[in-house]
Design a protein around this ligand. Structure first.
Ligand code: AR6
Length: 192
């Protein structure tokens, strides 16, 4: 309980200085984010799993799984959208990141494609203004975190440069170590 309060205060303290920017990094639980859309790190079935996928399905309730069943899966690097059901977020964008096989199986391009697909869905189809991403592929799929963070920030920056409809993209990191890595990537690459 106390540790949760401390974590939330820490998240706010870190979040506030970055508020003026369109890319923010926070440490927290994506299921609790009050944004228009959250991005799930799903698998090809879209029928749930562990990690962030399991947490999102648990928090959203069975309506999410019912809608996911109609989608007939999703290819790696692509994305599909559903409603958010019991989540504070109105929408869930489900994307399937690549499994890391050492870097010679097109992993970088597939991960970049995940970010582009999600951002395209957000802006073209649903007029979403705020999107929170999980750290796609960096858990069970074992994508190296520093490399994943650079790809995420590069794609988000490229997109924001060309598109004005999205007001803010938040990178939600579960662990402090992931938070440090994604924040460094944002700072190193700087918002142009
Ligand atoms: N909020 C934010 N981030 C979280 C949360 C949460 N509640 N829970 C975990 N993470 P992973 P992947 C972080 O394994 O590597 C699933 O079974 C976690 O610490 O969830 O893309 C799917 O069904 C890590 O940094 O996703 C697939 O089979 C990040 O989310 C497979 O895992 C991603 O870790 C996808 O693997």
């Amino acid at each position: 309980m106390l540790s949760n309060i401390i974590k939330n205060i820490a998240a706010v303290l870190v979040f506030v200085p970055l508020m003026s920017k369109r890319i923010a990094v926070i440490q927290g639980d994506i299921t609790q984010q009050r944004v228009d859309a959250i991005v799930n790190a799903a698998n090809n079935s879209l029928l749930g799993g562990g990690g962030v996928d399991g947490a999102i399905h648990k928090a959203a309730g069975s309506g999410l799984l019912n809608e996911c069943r109609q989608l007939k899966g999703c290819a790696t690097g692509e994305a599909k959208i559903t409603k958010g059901y019991n989540l504070p977020a109105k929408w869930v964008i489900h994307t399937v990141g690549p499994i890391w096989y050492g870097g010679n199986q097109g992993e970088d391009e597939l991960l970049a494609s995940c970010y582009r697909s999600c951002l395209n869905i957000a802006q073209e189809q649903y007029q979403i203004k705020t999107v929170a991403f999980s750290a796609i592929s960096t858990g069970v799929y074992r994508f190296p975190v520093e490399r994943a963070a650079r790809i995420a920030v590069t794609e988000i920056q490229r997109f924001l440069e060309k598109n004005n409809s999205l007001e803010q993209v938040i990178l939600v990191c579960f662990s402090k170590s992931a938070y440090d890595v994604y924040l460094s990537a944002v700072r190193e690459m700087g918002e142009r």
